[in-house]
Design a protein around this ligand. Structure first.
Ligand code: ADP
Ligand code: MG
Length: 302
C-alpha cells in the first residue's frame, strides 16, 4: 500500500468510521495529523500505527485512573512525590518506596502507620492508595468512624453481610484515623467482622495516633482489641513515625512549650542549637538544611 493510497479520502474516511465504531476518540482526533505526517514522509507506517494506538491508550489510562481515584475516594494531591522525607527523618524512605511496589497487596498484609497528628500518616496511606490505583488494583479509602457508621447502619437495615462483602472485595482497604475518638458501642465488633472477612484475603492500610496497647480503649474493650490485633498484626508491616507535625511547622513559636514538648512541632532536622528564642518570621521547614549527621533522638529537639 502506497502512502498516496492511504491518504485517499475514501480510505481515511473509512479509518475514521472504524475509529468511531471502535470508540477511539483520541485516535480519531489525531488521525488527520498522522496522515499528513505520513504524506510528508515524516513518519513511517509503523510509527504512525504506534502513535495512533499509544495516544488512545494514554487517554483511556488517564480516564481509568481518574474514575478509579474518585471511586476509591482518593485524592491525587497526596502523592509519594509530594512527600517531603527530609522533614521526617524517623521515616525510612526506602521502606516506603518498597511498600510502593505493592507486594504487600499481593501478600494481603496489613500496613500500619502509627504516630502523632500531622506526621503524614494519612498522606502516606493515600499516596500508596494512589499507586495501587495506578497499578490497576481496586482500592477504597474510608475513616474508621465512617466505616463503622456504614456497618452499623447496614446492621440496622438487615444488610450487614452485603456491606461486609462490599468492603471485603477491595484489594486494598485504607482505614484512616483509628484512635481519634473511641468507637460507638458495638463498633469494635462490627469492625472485627470486616477485618476477619478480609483476613488473609485482602490488604489493609491503617493509620492511627494511638499505640496498639491503647486499642482496648479505642475499640471498647480488651477482648475485641485483642481479636483485632491478632488478625491485623499477623501479616503486618508497622511503620512508626516519631516526628514533628507538618501542619504546625510554620507556627512553632505560637505553640506553648508544654504542648510543643508533646507534639514535637520542630522538624527533627532543625538545628540542634535552640536556646535563644527566634524573633520575627518563623523559620520554614524548607529553610532548614537536613542534618547529615545521624538523626537526633526526636525529643531532644524540643
Ligand atoms: P496525619 O494523618 O499523620 O495526622 P497528614 O498526613 O494528614 O497527617 O498530614 C497533615 C498535612 O501535612 C497534610 O496536608 C499532608 O499532606 C501534609 N504533610 C504531612 N507530612 C508531610 C511531609 N513529610 N511532606 C509533605 N507534606 C506533608
Ligand atoms: Mg490523618
Amino acid at each position: 500500500m502506497t502512502v498516496h493510497a492511504l491518504s485517499a479520502p475514501s480510505l481515511v474516511d473509512r479509518i475514521k468510521t472504524t475509529l468511531v465504531g471502535l470508540r477511539m476518540p483520541r485516535a480519531l482526533e489525531i488521525v488527520d495529523v498522522i496522515v499528513r505526517q505520513l504524506e510528508r514522509g515524516e513518519t513511517t507506517a509503523l510509527e504512525a500505527i504506534d502513535s495512533l494506538l499509544m495516544e488512545e491508550l494514554t487517554l483511556r489510562e488517564t480516564r481509568r485512573v481518574k474514575t478509579a481515584l474518585v471511586m476509591a475516594r482518593l485524592s491525587t494531591l497526596k502523592t509519594l512525590a509530594g512527600f517531603d522525607f527530609s522533614f521526617q527523618p524517623s521515616l525510612d524512605r526506602g521502606r516506603i518506596m518498597a511498600l510502593a511496589e505493592l507486594k504487600f497487596i499481593d501478600r494481603s498484609e496489613a500496613v500500619h502507620f502509627v504516630g502523632p497528628p500531622g506526621t503524614g500518616k494519612s498522606h502516606l496511606g493515600v499516596a500508596l492508595g494512589v499507586e495501587a490505583v495506578r497499578a490497576g488494583r481496586s482500592v477504597h479509602f474510608i475513616t474508621l468512624a465512617d466505616l463503622i457508621d456504614a456497618l452499623a447502619r447496614a446492621e440496622r437495615e438487615g444488610s450487614l453481610r452485603q456491606k461486609i462483602r462490599f468492603y471485603a472485595r477491595f484489594a486494598l482497604l485504607i482505614v484512616d484515623e483509628i484512635g481519634y475518638q473511641p468507637v460507638v458501642p458495638g463498633g469494635g465488633n462490627l469492625f472485627f467482622q470486616l477485618v476477619n472477612a478480609r483476613y488473609e484475603r485482602g490488604a489493609m492500610i491503617l493509620t492511627s495516633n494511638r499505640g496498639f496497647a491503647e486499642w482496648g480503649e479505642v475499640f471498647g474493650g480488651p477482648v475485641v482489641a485483642t481479636a483485632l490485633l491478632d488478625r491485623l498484626l499477623h501479616h503486618a508491616v508497622v511503620v512508626q513515625i516519631e516526628g514533628a507535625s507538618y501542619r504546625l511547622r510554620q507556627h512553632a513559636d505560637l505553640v506553648p512549650d508544654h504542648i510543643r514538648s508533646k507534639a514535637l512541632i520542630h522538624p527533627p532536622s532543625a538545628p540542634v542549637i535552640l536556646p535563644q528564642k527566634r524573633r520575627g518570621r518563623p523559620r520554614k521547614a524548607a529553610d532548614t538544611t537536613p542534618s547529615t549527621a545521624s538523626p537526633l533522638p526526636l525529643n531532644s529537639v524540643t
